[in-house]
Design a binder for this molecule. Structure first.
Ligand code: IPD
Ligand code: CA
Ligand code: CA
Length: 259
């Protein structure tokens, strides 16, 4: 059954990608949401509508959580729940036309079953099915490293956190080999899977920013938790650390501490 869902997601993402490429050649309508940097475009909305409709047609009993709020806003995770970010990295989409992702996750009773992160412009497709590992562009994929330590690695941290030194994060950056900021949680998860960075830290991830990445991370022993060490809550905003085990152990010391 999971394979059926995974195959359908591949089809839907192919359709969404064709639409996105088409729109990039024309006029895209851009609006601000909570502040001038929080953008949404007509493309985010159309892509979310596509997923919403496909899921409702194929799996009418499943529920749906999506960034652009075309979902059911469930108050629990019982049964089959899809969690979709139609374009992750909308600012990159608008300002760079690159470095953004489509992210689709499917959970059953709160357990991650399918997670897909697709780097649209670089045509790089990461798919995890629970217990069956990861495929990258259809081929079995393992990160090149089982573990990474902070001292020898680059790390990705949310820019605002670095600027305010929240949770003594500057100490972690100094201890590492350096800081990278990609502007899309999905692209940062891909960088982690490829072993390019040891950790990704964000104080403000919504369920759709982390649901798919968490399924991918779980399949290869990359750790995901809130700063408190508790599991991510997929019904609320979270402070999240995603990291290889050794980097995780070092970084959670600071992140568990006072803001
Ligand atoms: C955002 C990106 C960004 C992260 C923000 C997210 P959006 O998603 O993933 O990297 O720092 O917290 O909201 O709004 O572009 O889908
Ligand atoms: Ca988004
Ligand atoms: Ca997002």
């Amino acid at each position: 059954m999971l394979e059926v869902r995974a195959a359908l997601v591949r089809e839907w993402i192919e359709e969404a990608t064709a639409y996105i490429h088409d729109q990039l050649d024309g006029e895209i309508e851009i609006q601000s949401k909570s502040n001038r940097k929080d953008l949404v475009t007509s493309v985010d909305k159309e892509v979310e509508l596509l997923f919403r409709q496909k899921i409702a047609e194929n799996f009418p009993d499943d529920r749906y959580i999506g960034e652009e709020r075309m979902g059911d806003t469930p108050s629990n995770l019982a049964g089959g729940v899809w969690i979709v970010d139609p374009i992750d990295g909308t600012a990159n989409f608008v300002l760079q036309q690159n470095h953004f992702a489509i992210m689709v996750a499917y959970y059953e009773d709160g357990l991650g079953k399918l997670g897909v992160v697709y780097d649209v412009m670089n045509d790089d497709y990461f798919e995890a099915t629970a217990g069956q590992g990861i495929k990258r562009n259809g081929q079995v994929f393992q990160p090149p490293f089982k573990d990474k330590i902070l001292k020898d690695s680059l790390i990705a941290v949310n820019g605002g956190m670095v600027m305010t030194d929240a949770y003594k994060v500057q100490e972690l950056v100094k201890e590492s080999m350096g800081l990278r900021i990609y502007g899309s949680a999905g692209i940062e998860i891909i960088a982690l899977l490829k072993g390019e960075i040891a950790a990704y830290v964000s104080p403000r991830l919504q369920p759709w920013d982390i649901a798919a990445g968490q399924v991918l991370a779980n399949e290869v022993g990359i750790q995901v938790s809130q700063f408190t060490g508790e599991p991510v809550d997929l019904l609320n905003q979270n402070r999240v650390l995603v990291a290889y085990p050794s980097a995780y152990r070092r970084m959670i010391e600071n992140l568990k501490g006072p803001r």
